[in-house]
Design a protein around this ligand. Structure first.
Ligand SMILES: Cc1cc2nc3c(=O)[nH]c(=O)nc-3n(C[C@H](O)[C@H](O)[C@H](O)COP(=O)(O)OP(=O)(O)OC[C@H]3O[C@@H](n4cnc5c(N)ncnc54)[C@H](O)[C@@H]3O)c2cc1C
Length: 461
């Protein structure tokens, strides 16, 4: 192997963003050399599926992000187990841990994120686990004995995935969240209360508003470990699981001049400030247009979309500018939840909040409208209407006074949707796949409200 490889495109990272970029750039440039670099020594895999690997529902070869042939067919040279240790954007080359260099014309940084570590004293004195790589899964296995006690720190989306796996393995889960509600980045306080109850019904011991200050081995030779909280509580456990969020992998950027804050700063076309250098996926920071702030967000769909945009631009093609998706869809021990937009904000300034259902009702829906636009929506236990609201938000359609009617599914709300639907079709824009609301309404009322039968419509009025 030569000490220096010359390539037109170098992609650092073979996760969702890197793969999406390679796929997109091949569509525009079928011939340019592509070298993709994967820091881990196992074949590239779909990160969310490591939860199923941990539960024993899939084997390692069933979570591959792409089969080996995919790389061969697209003439993408994949270097696995090859961590990059230095980037030199001015000289346009990078160095691998092996000492080999790669000279490139265009570079994509798609190095993802890694688990954040909160400031808790004594972390190195107790068995401490994170869940982000296949190696992490291997480290979990010896601890996951039925009846063992896991103390899970951080009840966000990642925490939820980890606790689902732990429960399935028979581990007892004690979960703490520093903020006053669970899933604090996506749920308002009422939705969080419903979700918390679901966890408790599934024997998860939940402590919200609880910050751990220190952890250590139990005193007097007793088995296990003890955590102390800011409020003076003591919680016993056998191993600790940190799920307090993800931090972009920025170490490679030190001294390169590539601008980063919380993540790599990118344009809507995924360009960095360095000529010929792009970034995509969890490593980036982007503008949250709803809350008007910089945001980093570990999100598979965003990583995929950013990767495609970056790859297309790297190859000289044109792509729609990046607009983040704030849609989260999950099942919390069977309870379906969909959130979108600024759904975590309990008291949004200058906005109207519309709620149907409550903590004690089986289904809870919340819409937030600002300047006539939908900026947040939450669906708990009935998510059939989520697609329609996602469409309204993504297209920034003025819902104005119709919000309450949309929530109530009354006649005015349906007529509003009917109008939008007609516009959507004539305007040749994508209508969401989920048409459940309209379809259900049609079925329930058994008439042609959505067709052209004006007579039926009039006779009802
Ligand atoms: C347990 C778990 C469950 C998740 N579940 C969901 C979910 O249900 N829904 C959802 O939307 N998101 C989920 N996510 C988040 C999702 O996995 C990420 O948003 C997505 O994988 C990001 O893709 P990426 O390509 O940016 O980064 P990654 O997939 O993390 O890929 C990063 C790549 O960079 C490489 N790399 C890093 N540093 C170097 C280096 N120095 N040299 C060479 N290579 C390097 C790595 O080896 C890897 O190939 C989950 C994450 C985890 C950990």
């Amino acid at each position: 192997m030569p000490d220096t490889i010359h390539t037109r495109y170098a992609i650092v990272g073979a996760g969702t963003a890197g793969i999406a970029a390679a796929e997109a750039l091949r569509e525009t440039d079928p011939a340019g050399d592509v070298v993709m670099i994967h820091g881990e020594s196992v074949p590239p895999y779909c990160r969310p599926l490591i939860v199923e690997l941990l539960m024993g529902e899939r084997a390692a070869d069933q979570i591959l992000i792409r089969e080996p042939e995919w790389f061969a067919e697209r003439q993408v040279t994949l270097l696995s187990g090859a961590p990059v240790v230095n980037l030199a954007p001015r000289e346009k080359h990078l160095t691998l841990a092996s000492g080999r260099t790669i000279a490139w014309e265009k570079l994509l940084i798609a190095t993802g994120a890694q688990p954040a570590t909160p400031p808790i004293a004594g972390l190195t004195d107790v068995p401490m686990l994170t869940l982000s790589t296949q190696e992490d899964v291997a480290r979990f296995r010896p601890h996951c004995r039925p009846g063992a006690r896991a103390l899970l720190v951080g009840i966000g989306l990642l925490g939820l995935q980890a606790m689902t796996a732990l429960k399935a393995l028979g581990v007892r889960v004690i979960a703490v969240e520093a903020r006053s509600k669970i899933l604090p980045m996506i749920l308002d306080v009422r939705a969080a209360a419903i979700a918390q109850r679901r966890l408790e019904e599934n024997d998860i011991e939940v402590h919200v508003g609880t910050k751990l200050t220190s952890v250590g081995r139990a005193a007097g030779g007793a088995a296990g470990c003890v955590a102390r909280t800011g409020g003076g509580k003591e919680l016993g456990f056998d191993f600790l699981v940190l799920t307090t969020g993800m931090r972009p992998n920025l170490a490679l950027l030190d001294g390169t001049g590539i601008a980063s804050e919380r993540g790599v700063v990118v344009t809507e076309n995924m360009e960095t400030n360095a000529e010929g250098v792009y970034a995509a996926g969890d490593v980036t920071q982007f503008h949250n247009w709803i809350e008007e702030r910089a945001e980093v967000h570990a999100h598979w769909v965003n990583a995929y979309r950013q990767g495609r945009i970056a790859g297309t631009h790297m190859a000289g093609g044109q792509a729609e500018p990046y607009r983040p998706s704030y849609l989260n869809s999950l099942r919390l021990f069977g309870l379906p939840i969909v959130t979108m937009g600024a759904s975590r904000i309990d008291d949004p300034q200058g906005a109207q909040v519309h709620i149907a259902g409550s903590e004690v009702r089986p289904a809870y829906t919340r819409l937030v409208v600002r300047h006539g636009e939908l900026i947040a929506a939450t669906f708990v236990n009935d998510v059939t209407r989520a697609g329609v609201f996602q469409y309204l938000m993504r297209q920034r359609i003025q819902v104005g006074d119709a919000a309450a009617s949309l929530l109530a599914q009354d006649r005015a709300g349906m007529e509003f949707l009917h109008k939008i639907h007609a516009e959507a079709i004539s305007g040749d824009v994508e209508w969401p796949a989920s048409m459940d609301l309209i379809d259900r309404y049609r079925k329930d009322h058994g008439h042609t409200r959505w067709g052209t039968d004006k007579k039926t419509e009039k006779s009802e009025a």
